[in-house]
Design a protein around this ligand. Structure first.
Ligand SMILES: [Zn+2]
Length: 223
């Protein structure tokens, strides 16, 4: 009945064409137009945004509701009808800058993949819900451990990834939170016991601010 009514009036609004996701990256093209990369439930979508007066603000890290409008002249959809689904902390400059750093890490990690599991969008939702109330760097670390577990990449053996020897009391943490021994890799050290408890519990509560800072900096090297 509804479909008949819609067809009759050539009215094309269809709720299913609206999609939600996080802006992971933007890339400028000609005349201030840009390509906007959005993490949605099942893919990292590339969309084309025309520069124009009626557009709402596009910022990396924003969660948006949008309409990917397909057009025969272009092989990527136009970004239309953008609605910012704001989190209360979006207006907090410090938290927003940390969020942008965190979210941008997902772009190189996911850009080559076609179909995505809903896990990544849920992970950003999970993180965003906590970002305003907790220390964002701690949220990011906990979130990253969830990601490593989900991708089967979390090293729980505590053997140095270079020489394979046990890391003893302290480990140096490399990208992907891989532990290394002191003689193989130089860098900030963290107690193996602390790391073990973090990996097991997924909670950064017992970790010192200094360790959090070092883990955050390691995380910024890439997912
Ligand atoms: Zn080693």
């Amino acid at each position: 009945m509804v479909a008949t009514y819609l067809n009759k009036y050539k009215y094309t609004i269809n709720l299913e064409i609206f999609v939600q996701g996080y802006i992971l990256n933007t890339f400028p093209v000609k005349d201030e137009d840009m390509i906007v990369y959005i993490l949605t439930e099942n893919s990292l979508k590339s969309t084309y945004r025309f520069y124009g007066a009626r557009h709402s603000t596009i910022q990396v890290g924003y969660k948006i509701d949008f309409e990917p409008h397909h057009n025969i002249k272009s092989n990527i959809p136009m970004l239309r009808n953008v609605l910012h689904l704001a989190h209360p902390w979006n207006a907090n400059r410090d938290r927003m800058l940390l969020w942008q750093q965190f979210v941008m890490l997902f772009y190189p990690h996911l850009k080559e993949l076609g179909h995505l599991e809903g896990f990544y969008l849920k992970l950003l939702d999970w993180s965003a819900l906590r970002w305003g109330k907790q220390n964002p760097k701690r949220v990011a670390i906990e979130s990253y451990i969830k990601l490593l577990k989900s991708e089967g990449r979390l090293n729980r053996e505590f053997n140095c990834f270079i020489c394979n020897a046990p890391t003893k009391e302290e480990a140096v943490i490399a990208r992907s939170f891989l532990p290394a021994c002191n003689s193989c890799l130089h860098g900030a050290k963290i107690k193996t016991k602390t790391l073990n408890s973090l990996f097991k519990s997924n909670s950064s509560l017992e970790i010192s601010d200094e360790d959090v800072e070092n883990l955050w900096l390691t995380l910024l090297e890439g997912l």
